[in-house]
Design a protein around this ligand. Structure first.
Ligand SMILES: [Fe+2]
Length: 302
């Protein structure tokens, strides 16, 4: 068995396991009427950093936020299969492999997955080249996006897009920041506010300090304040304390593997150079007690 077929065989098992985690009621759209959408924060299967959220609207449409690391592709495929394999809208925050990796592969080989449209904010050449080690993968992603004729691709270069997909309402608060080349990829994360009748979530992607400051300067507080905050850059070395202290929220979403959560580089908690404990302390001091961390398992929000 060659490597590709081996991966496919393993991938099928992973996909089946993922499908089993979607409750039958949700798979059949059985939660209609209770809120505008159900959301899942997907738990990485490859112990990698990755940002992946799947939504099911009250009328049964499926939306994906990022979709995670390329090595979590099969887990995501299983999830989407259980929900019918039809994605209405797929948001990509920025072209790092832990955010667009799964979609990049799915565009080459959809295998039954259909996507109505993809919303992203394309980098210009200066941004593409702002991180040497990302250039090749970023270009490949854009080549695949350009070649993918099955979906409408919406390239946002200005914030402000606002729309309702059934009971799922979204507003784009930030797009690629061409004037910020420092930490360029992360600081050009698309920032999205999502809400329904019952809850709101601010998705920061991997926003860095400068992106956070720009949001505070340009976006009304009422748009930033949310029930749930997707912690920037997997919860460390993202937006600064001023950002988190200024914006109101009551719970944190962490797309964070255990080794990042504990800053464990193999010698036990605290043995790495990550700043996760610093962010966790900020949240403790802010009085946040509700945390949903992806390494702890799949989490569903209704
Ligand atoms: Fe990331």
């Amino acid at each position: 068995m060659d490597r590709r077929n081996f991966l496919k065989a393993g991938g099928a098992a992973i996909a089946a396991a993922a499908a089993a985690q979607v409750s039958p009621a949700a798979a059949q759209g059985g939660r209609r009427g209770r809120s505008g959408f159900t959301m899942w924060q997907l738990n990485t299967q490859c112990n990698q950093i990755g940002n992946s959220y799947v939504f099911l609207t009250d009328r049964g449409r499926v939306i994906v936020m990022d979709g995670g690391h390329k090595d979590d592709e099969y887990y995501l495929r299983g999830f989407l299969a259980r929900l019918g394999n039809k994605v209405d809208t797929w948001f990509i925050s920025h072209p790092h492999i832990d955010h667009m990796g799964s979609l990049s592969n799915i565009m080459v080989e959809p295998r039954g997955i259909t996507i109505r449209r993809i919303i992203h904010s394309r980098f210009n050449e200066a941004l593409i080249q702002s991180e040497d080690y990302c250039v090749e993968r970023c270009r490949m992603f854009y080549e695949r996006l350009d070649a993918f004729r099955d979906a409408e691709v919406i390239d946002l270069q200005q914030a402000g897009m606002e729309e309702s997909i059934d009971g799922f309402h979204f507003r784009i608060l930030g797009v690629s920041n061409r004037e910020i080349l420092q930490n360029g990829y992360n600081n050009s994360s698309v920032v999205i506010k999502v809400c329904d009748r019952r809850k709101s979530i601010l998705f920061l992607g991997d926003a860095g300090v400068e992106c956070g400051r720009k949001l505070l300067a340009n976006v009304p507080r009422s748009d930033l304040d949310s029930d749930y905050m997707q912690m920037a850059h997997h919860g460390q070395n993202g937006c600064d304390r001023q950002f988190y202290d200024t914006v109101d929220f009551r719970a944190c979403l962490w797309s964070t593997p255990k080794w990042v959560w504990e800053n464990d580089f193999g010698q036990g908690p605290g043995s790495g150079k990550l700043k996760t404990f610093e962010t966790r302390a900020w949240m403790d001091e802010k009085g946040i007690r509700e945390h949903h961390v992806s390494w702890m398992g799949l989490w569903q929000l209704d």
